[in-house]
Design a protein around this ligand. Structure first.
Ligand SMILES: Cc1ncc(COP(=O)(O)O)c(C=O)c1O
Length: 425
């Protein structure tokens, strides 16, 4: 059923039906939250044996002491294998890769990159593929960096636009990318997009790509999406320092207590360490070693992620099935992504309805990520996109969430369509 083809009377009938359903949902006094992409307790339980630190007696004595600013070799090797880079390109951080991203931008603004001028000696702009990760945009906003939205398509960011912008504006110093199982659309950049990012000409010679590979091993399907190795391609293209790549074990082991890393070109590594050494003598090497004991190698990381998939895949399926049952493929009021990995589903509703859906859901006890959050400055010009995070919620709460959400989407969109038809007359 395509809602926009229905008559005013038909729409009113649907409205009355949905309003009845909505009122009964409100009366239940539910409280469910699908706003943030957090692992659920069952996922976190998988890593609890890590705390026994089996084998800790073999830890090299020096790891207890100061030193090794870039982290312990055992854990650097695991990240190097995960990101398909050389261990010498990896620097370990604390528990949060977001922290490393923030620090990297702050350093560049104040000191420049690899001997260049401080970025903030002039106006700074970043390219922001949208919809994207709200916390990336929050960092830019915090530092006063102007954000330029780049529409995403099935293959990644619109590269014609990216190439044209970076070639002509030396104020564009950076670009955010979540290249695999992107937050929130779940798409993985195609080989052609990665190739173009590595090869494109930039007016700013200190331009950097912030390659946030947060979901590199977070498959929901049996077969992992292929992502081309941007660092190898950048080397080939003569831009060995173009990319800062980030990852962490936040959603492999414990979200509140993981290990993070930055992987990048040789000159960048040297540059970062020259500043980092003013900041700290070393990160937590004992925790890095405990992670190594638990994770062991990439085969074991994949086995851990397969266990996580067993827990969270059914949650994604619950939502997708509910969307299919409620809207079908041709409703004209809702379309959604069915990702092969990552933590999110993007639900696009009829233009002008996303905020209203959030408002209705809130009143019925369902918290969604604020409409607009996946866009720079929190502005979704189409008021269309909703980010759904199914992982944290219990299976029973998720069923409640789908009932509230599908009802509110229908209600908000039918309201809008009636409004359009009334105003047209
Ligand atoms: C794209 C992306 N990057 C980074 C993070 C946070 O990573 P970390 O826990 O390592 O700070 C998230 C968390 O949701 C994310 O979605």
């Amino acid at each position: 059923m395509n809602y926009s083809q229905l008559s005013k009377e038909e729409l009113r009938q649907i409205y009355d039906l949905q309003k009845g359903e909505y009122d009964s949902l409100v009366a239940q006094g539910y409280s469910v939250d699908i706003a943030r992409g957090k692992p659920c307790n069952e996922q976190l339980d998988i890593s609890m044996p890590m705390l026994a630190a089996e084998g800790i007696e073999n830890m090299p004595k020096s790891y207890r002491n100061y030193g090794m600013l870039d982290g312990i070799p055992e854990m650097k090797k695991i990240f190097a294998d995960m990101l398909e880079v050389d261990p010498s390109q990896v620097i370990l951080g604390g528990s949060s890769s977001l922290n490393l991203m923030y620090d990297t931008i702050q350093r560049a603004l104040q000191f420049g990159v690899t001997g260049g001028k401080p970025w903030n000696s002039a106006h700074v702009k970043f390219l922001c593929p949208v919809p994207g990760y709200d916390r990336h945009f929050a960092i830019c906003e915090h530092f006063g960096i102007e954000m330029i939205s780049i529409p995403m398509n099935e293959e990644g960011p619109n590269m014609d636009l990216v190439e044209q912008l970076v070639a002509n504006d030396d104020a564009i110093k950076g670009m955010w990318c979540v290249p695999k199982y992107s937050n929130p659309t779940g798409i993985t950049y195609s080989d052609a997009v990665v190739e173009r990012l590595a090869n494109m000409k930039t007016k700013a010679d200190d331009f950097r790509i912030f390659w946030d590979n947060a979901y590199v091993v977070h498959d929901l399907a049996e077969v992992s999406d292929h992502l081309a190795n941007i660092m190898v391609l950048c080397d080939k293209a003569g831009h060995p320092n173009r990319v800062y790549q980030f990852a962490s074990t936040s959603k492999v082991t414990l979200a509140g207590a993981g290990v993070s890393c930055i992987a990048t070109g040789k000159d960048n590594v040297k540059d970062i360490l020259s500043h980092m050494t003013m900041q700290t003598i070393s990160y937590n090497k004992v925790w890095q070693y405990i992670h190594y004991l638990f994770l062991k190698d990439m085969d074991n990381v994949r086995a851990i992620m397969a266990k996580q998939r067993e827990i969270i895949k059914p949650k994604f399926d619950t939502l997708i099935t509910a969307f299919e049952d409620s809207f079908g493929s041709d409703s004209g009021i809702a379309s959604w992504t069915n990702p092969n990995g990552g933590y999110f589903i993007t639900l696009d509703v009829l233009d002008g309805c996303a905020k209203r859906v959030c408002e209705l859901c809130k009143k019925a006890g369902l918290t969604l990520t604020a409409a607009g959050a996946p866009f720079p400055y929190g502005i979704d010009v189409n008021d269309r996109t909703l980010r759904i995070a199914p992982t944290f919620t219990s299976d029973s709460d998720l069923i409640v969430a789908t009932r509230i959400l599908t009802c509110c989407v229908k209600l908000a969109c039918v309201e809008k369509l009636i409004d359009i038809k009334v105003n047209a007359n």
